[in-house]
Design a protein around this ligand. Structure first.
Ligand SMILES: Cc1ncc(COP(=O)(O)O)c(C=O)c1O
Length: 385
């Protein structure tokens, strides 16, 4: 059995993908062009979404969507501390104030009753995060949004291919942002996308994603295009490259197989670890959903494990097994504490998760031998054999 360092995740890239990237390079068209257009069409089909825009990251997508919602200073966006800071920083960059509320201890997703309690006349949007790929309970969120005339921006960075009540995330609701960073279920290198049912929002974002220019670079440089363009707003440089889309086109074709392979590994972790008091395992919500598992993230129980999460991570590293940490409760980072006055104790559930959560290795090319190595290392650390 190999004892090389086992990374907690690594992307699966097939030969077709490599050939497509090579063809893209040889075509001389590396920036935004025909492959991005194709990737957007493919995403539209997969997500059953009328409008999809490919971007250079999910962070860009969150920023553009919030910006194009037309937020004003003093506007508030309700979100969760159990996220990567991109969800919060982009609210600030869009000119508004993030208002965090606690999460459900079991699903780690934003607590619906806490959203209701946080709504003020300044609330303009809700930004739920589908943590680990487990879909947020969207029906009550959209009910609240409708009642208070709020926009909903779903941070689907973790959840490409997850389903809520029989529907793929992205196929319904207001607006969704996906991430294709290499540690995600599918990748484009760096990359992201926005899906929405809002035609006006799509127009605004497609202008904003490329300098505020009223046509994209493909039109300018192709035979059919024109060299002239107008700038109607000061936009951003958030477009996806054809080189990235070349990867994405083939990743999307494999997505269902990636999800199925990860599910098998998750089932096996659940089966083996069910009787281990050292961990509290991830819990599924009671409503109907399919989870596209981005991470498998149990909580370490220090009382029974005999160590805290960070010691466990260090000991696994000694055993050549890499683990992840998703996420540090965001309200405890210096900037948010100093700027918005958050402190430890504000969100007990998020803090309990943040203090104990760990991501075990999970990726579609992970073999049973890799998983066995992980289990064996944990048995050794917890003195179970
Ligand atoms: C919840 C969440 N939102 C947003 C992002 C940002 O994604 P990207 O790296 O594609 O900008 C991440 C990245 O991991 C994330 O975990």
């Amino acid at each position: 059995m190999s004892n090389e360092f086992l990374k907690f995740c690594t992307p699966e890239i097939n030969q077709e993908t490599i050939d497509e990237v090579t063809a893209c390079i040889k075509s001389g068209w590396l920036a935004t062009g025909p492959r991005v257009k194709q990737f957007e069409e493919d995403l539209k089909k997969y997500l059953k979404a009328p409008y999809v825009l490919a971007l250079n990251s999910a962070t860009s997508g969150l920023h553009l969507a919030l910006k194009c919602f037309g937020l004003e200073p003093q506007d508030e966006v309700i979100t969760t501390p159990m996220t990567f800071v991109a969800s919060l920083n982009t609210i600030i960059h869009a000119g508004a104030r993030p208002v965090m509320v606690d999460v459900d201890l079991k699903t780690r997703n934003i607590a619906i009753d806490k959203i209701k309690a946080a709504i003020t006349p300044r609330t303009k949007a809700i930004l739920p995060v589908h943590f680990a790929g487990i879909p947020v309970d969207l029906d009550p969120i959209y009910e609240i949004a409708q009642k208070h005339n709020l926009r909903v921006l779903e941070d689907c960075a973790h959840a490409m291919g997850s389903h809520y009540k029989g529907k793929v995330l992205g196929s319904f609701g207001d607006t969704q942002v996906f991430s294709f960073h290499p540690n995600k279920v599918m990748t484009t290198g760096e990359g992201g996308s926005i899906s929405t049912r809002d035609e006006q929002l799509t127009k605004k974002i497609s202008i904003q994603r490329f300098h505020g220019i009223d046509r994209d670079s493909f039109n300018r440089f192709s035979k059919e295009g024109s060299q002239h363009y107008d700038v109607i707003q000061p936009g951003y440089k958030y477009n996806m490259m054809d080189l990235q889309a070349a990867i994405g086109i083939h990743q999307l074709q494999q997505l269902e197989s990636f999800i199925a392979k990860r599910q098998k590994l998750v089932d096996r972790y659940n089966e083996i670890l069910a009787s281990w008091p050292e961990f509290t395992l991830p819990t599924l919500p009671s409503y109907d959903c399919r989870v596209s598992w981005y991470i498998y993230a149990p909580l370490v129980n220090p009382e029974t494990a005999g160590m805290d999460r960070d010691t466990f991570i260090a000991k696994m590293k000694e055993q050549n097994i890499g683990l992840g940490y998703h996420h540090h409760a965001a309200h405890l980072y210096t900037y948010y504490k100093e700027t918005f006055g958050y402190q430890r104790g504000d969100f007990p559930n998020a803090e309990a998760i943040s203090d104990r959560v760990v991501s075990l290795p999970l990726f579609s090319t992970m073999t049973i031998a890799d998983q066995d190595r992980t289990i064996t290392a944990m048995k050794k650390i917890f003195k179970k054999e």
